[in-house]
Design a protein around this ligand. Structure first.
Ligand code: ATP
Ligand code: MG
Length: 289
C-alpha cells in the first residue's frame, strides 16, 4: 500500500514536472462564418484571465485573420519558421501577459513542408512553447483534409455551429466524423436567441445522433452564446467582447462554457504518451510521427 502511494506521488510529480503538458483544443465548424475565430480569441482571452498560459494558433489556411480580430500586427508566420526563415521569437505576438498569438499562413504551404534538416531546428525552437497550458487552434470550416489534420492532431475538439439549419446539418456531418476518431467532441452553439433554443437544437441533434452515429455518446454540448450586438460591435472595433463587455450575457455564457470545458478536460487523464507539446502536435500535422 505504501509502495502504491509512493508510486502515485511519483506519477503525480512526474506529471507536474512534465514540460509537455499543453492541452491542444481545435476549434472547427462544418459551415463557415459561424463564429469560430471570434470564439477562439475570446476563449483564449478568458482562459488567460484565469491565470493559464495560452497560445492561440491561427490555422485557418484560407483566411488567417486572428490578427485582425485581436488588433495586432504580425510579421512573419509559422511557414517562415518552418522554412527556417524566421526565429520563433520573430513570429510570436504577445497579445497579453498570458496570451500569445502564433500567426498562421494563408495557404497550405505548411503541409507540403518536409525538409528534415530545417525541421529539426524548428522542433528545437518550438520547445520554448512547452510552458503553455492551452493551445487554441482556430481552423477553417469544413471536412477538408487540412482541417481534419488539425482535428486529428488536437487533444480536444470544439465544433461551433449556429442555429441556422444549413449550419446544423454541416455541424452534424462534422460531429459524425470526429466522434468516430475522438472519445470526446464538444459542441458550442453560437448566435442563438437564448439557452432554451440551444437546448432544443441540441436535443434534436442528440436524437438523430443516437440512431445514426455509433459513438454518439462522445458528443456533448459545452455551452450556448446569444446573438448579441455587443459581439458584432467588438468585431467591428477590433476588440474582444469578453474584455470590453465583461458583464454582458455573451461573456457570462462563454465563461460558463469555459467552466464546462475545463472541467471536462481535467476529468480526462491523458496518458503520458498522449501528452502533447507543439513539437508533437506538428509532427502529427506533418505526419512525421
Ligand atoms: N454571438 C454572436 N453575436 C453576434 N454576432 C456574432 C456572434 N458570433 C459571431 N458573430 C459574427 O459572425 C461573423 C463571423 O464570425 P467569425 O469570423 O468569428 O466566424 P468564423 O467561423 O471564424 O468564419 P470563417 O469560417 O470565415 O473563418 C462576425 O462578423 C461576427 O461579428
Ligand atoms: Mg475564422
Amino acid at each position: 500500500m505504501k509502495n502504491q502511494a509512493h508510486k502515485l506521488t511519483e506519477i503525480v510529480n512526474e506529471e507536474r514536472n512534465s514540460p509537455s503538458k499543453t492541452k491542444f483544443i481545435t476549434i472547427t465548424s462544418g459551415k463557415g462564418g459561424v463564429g469560430k475565430s471570434t470564439m477562439s480569441a475570446n476563449l483564449a482571452h478568458l482562459l488567460s484571465q484565469r491565470g493559464y498560459k495560452v497560445g492561440l494558433f491561427d490555422a485557418d489556411m484560407g483566411l488567417a485573420n486572428l490578427d485582425v480580430i485581436l488588433n495586432v500586427k504580425t510579421g512573419k508566420n509559422i511557414l517562415h519558421l518552418l522554412k527556417g526563415e524566421a526565429e520563433l521569437k520573430d513570429i510570436l505576438v504577445q497579445v497579453d501577459e498570458n496570451l500569445l498569438l502564433i500567426p498562421g499562413d494563408s495557404g497550405d504551404g505548411i503541409f507540403r513542408y518536409s525538409d528534415e534538416f530545417i525541421l529539426d531546428r524548428f522542433y528545437s525552437q518550438i520547445g520554448q512553447l512547452d510552458e503553455l497550458d492551452y493551445m487554441i487552434i482556430d481552423t477553417g470550416a469544413g471536412i477538408g483534409e487540412n482541417v481534419q489534420n488539425f482535428v486529428d492532431a488536437g487533444d480536444y475538439v470544439v465544433v461551433v455551429t449556429t442555429a441556422e439549419p444549413a449550419a446544423i446539418t454541416d455541424a452534424y456531418a462534422m460531429l459524425k466524423i470526429i466522434s468516430d476518431k475522438k472519445d470526446q467532441v464538444f459542441m458550442l452553439l453560437n448566435q442563438v436567441k437564448n439557452r432554451r433554443e440551444a437546448d432544443t437544437i441540441y436535443d434534436k441533434i442528440k436524437k438523430i445522433a443516437e440512431k445514426n452515429i455509433p459513438n454518439h455518446g462522445n458528443i456533448s454540448l459545452i455551452g450556448a452564446i446569444n446573438k448579441d450586438t455587443s459581439v458584432e460591435k467588438c468585431i467591428r472595433s477590433r476588440t474582444l467582447f469578453s474584455k470590453e463587455f465583461k458583464n454582458s450575457i455573451p461573456t457570462e455564457q462563454l465563461n460558463e462554457a469555459v467552466d464546462v470545458l475545463v472541467a471536462k478536460m481535467e476529468r480526462k487523464v491523458l496518458n503520458p504518451k498522449e501528452q502533447s507539446n507543439f513539437g508533437s502536435f506538428f509532427k502529427k500535422i506533418l505526419k512525421q510521427f
